[in-house]
Ligand binder design. Structure first.
Ligand SMILES: Nc1nc2c(c(=O)[nH]1)N[C@H]1C(S)=C(S)[C@@H](COP(=O)(O)O)O[C@H]1N2
Ligand SMILES: [Mo]
Length: 250
């Protein structure tokens, strides 16, 4: 698990920083900076990681938008999806594979049986609209830990059921966003099962990223060491098609 190892390294770094700074404060002959180059390096890593792990703002129920619009694909235009809607998604499977110790095939009941997180957040779309909604689902980190992420994994790819302009929608994030506490696989919006227009039965919420990263109609999660061979190699549908930034942090 790359992130946990990274965090232990950072914590060790902070420990060294304080020890180092204290011993130098006792030393009356310090010239220039109190911090060594390696201490500055640790502090820099800590600042950037802690900034990336910071939580997105959460709102109250009173602040929820009265409606949460559907954008991009608002359904999946296949007989299989229509049948899945009819069946109440009882046969929907989320496949977890790639660089994992234990590939998983999770049913909706499996997803609902995991510990759940609920968060009321603002979605920002690059097309110039925002909406506040209440999302519920398990944290992605739980599913990654259950599958056992191999050390070689660097990215998580989200596979989707829908096709736009002849291309299958997909997205990807790095391990920092994958393990962010507000990165959840949502199956509910505003206390109801996720509507079709918003990605039923499962969609990503990646709260520190812009709207196009939040993959809807989720069918698979794949751990990879490179994005080069996926789609056109830019890491996502819009990144491939229109040159949107892969890192869409907010
Ligand atoms: N599978 C899939 N996911 C997608 C899209 C899409 O077209 N297909 N559109 C993206 C964009 S640009 C936005 S803004 C959000 C919209 O989510 P919403 O339909 O719940 O408003 O989904 C994102 N995820
Ligand atoms: Mo968007």
């Amino acid at each position: 698990m790359t992130y946990a190892i990274g965090r232990r390294g950072v914590l060790a770094g902070i420990g060294m920083l304080f020890l180092g700074a204290c011993s130098k404060v006792a030393d009356t002959k310090i010239g220039g900076s109190l911090l060594s180059a390696s201490e500055k390096w640790h502090m820099g890593i800590h600042r950037s990681l802690s900034d990336r792990m910071a939580l997105a703002r959460e709102y109250t129920r009173a602040e929820r938008s009265p409606t949460f619009r559907g954008n991009g694909s608002v359904t999946v235009d296949t007989p299989q999806y229509e049948a899945a809607v009819e069946a109440g998604f009882s046969d929907w499977k989320l496949e977890v594979g790639g660089l994992v110790e234990r590939p998983l095939s999770l049913s909706m009941d499996d997803i609902r049986a995991l510990p759940q997180r609920t968060q009321i957040t603002r979605h920002d779309c690059v097309e110039g609209w925002s909406a506040i909604g209440e999302w519920t689902g398990p944290q992605l980190s739980q599913i990654l830990d259950a599958a056992g992420v191999k050390d070689a994994a660097k990215f998580v790819v989200f596979r989707c059921a829908d096709t736009l302009a002849g291309r299958r929608y997909y997205e990807s994030v790095d391990m920092v966003d994958a393990y962010h506490p507000q990165t959840i696989i949502a199956h509910m919006l505003n206390e109801e099962p996720l509507p079709v227009k918003n990605g039923a039965p499962l969609r990503m919420r990646i709260e520190r990223q812009l709207g196009y990263k939040h993959a809807k109609y989720l069918t698979g999660i794949e751990l990879v060491d490179s994005l080069d061979d996926i789609g056109d190699g830019e890491g996502g549908y819009w990144e491939d098609r229109s040159g949107y930034q892969w890192y869409a942090g907010i």
